[in-house]
Design a protein around this ligand. Structure first.
Ligand code: HEC
Length: 153
């Protein structure tokens, strides 16, 4: 298990190099937390979500959402991606450290929490994931993310 994690980390570092290069071309816009009701007023943006995905998720879950077998699970039509939004949002707010099985492969590496992302960024990236890679599910709003973040406080 240690070894798998080390390899995973290595891949992550390699990919992080790529992500840095990407970031220069397409910086993640700071979500406005200003007036106008802040995050909850904004409509989810799949285009912005793609930028967040490229920066924070791609290194593990890959550009096509296919993941890395037995290491990082795919995001293609999984029950986590298409199913209950509360569970999905909480994966980003709290991380995931379970042994899960997807398409016959087992995944037990922990996924770190991404609670440092703003409500908007989480809503956008999950809206992107739920409408990409062959997925077809409703968008996630910043208000839904905020509600769960507040509940966790
Ligand atoms: C360091 C690698 C890593 C990063 C970065 C990462 N994940 Fe994960 N992700 C994992 C692993 C490993 C699991 C499985 C965790 C487990 O088994 O408990 C997982 C599980 C998931 C799941 C539930 C299982 C599935 O495949 O449907 C979703 C959804 C998900 N990640 C989305 C994301 C999104 C969106 C991002 C970017 C904001 C992201 N992840 C960033 C490694 C990562």
């Amino acid at each position: 298990m240690k070894k798998v994690f080390a390899i995973n980390l290595f891949i992550l570092l390699l990919a992080a190099g790529g992500a840095v290069a990407q970031t220069k071309k397409a910086p993640v816009k700071k979500a406005s937390t200003g007036a106008a009701g802040g995050a909850s007023a904004a409509k989810p943006s799949v285009a912005k979500g793609k930028v967040v995905y490229t920066t924070y998720c791609l290194s593990c879950h890959q550009a096509d959402g296919g993941g890395v077998p037995n290491m990082n699970p795919p995001l293609i039509k999984t029950s986590y991606v298409l199913g209950d939004k509360t569970r999905l949002i909480n994966i980003l707010l709290k991380g995931l450290n379970d042994e899960i099985e997807i398409n016959g492969a087992t995944y037990s590496n922990p996924m770190p929490a991404h609670d440092f992302l703003k409500d908007d960024d989480i809503a956008n990236v999950l809206s992107f994931v739920r409408s990409s890679f062959g997925n077809k599910a409703s968008p996630v709003t910043a208000a839904e993310v905020k509600k769960l973040r507040d509940a966790a406080k």
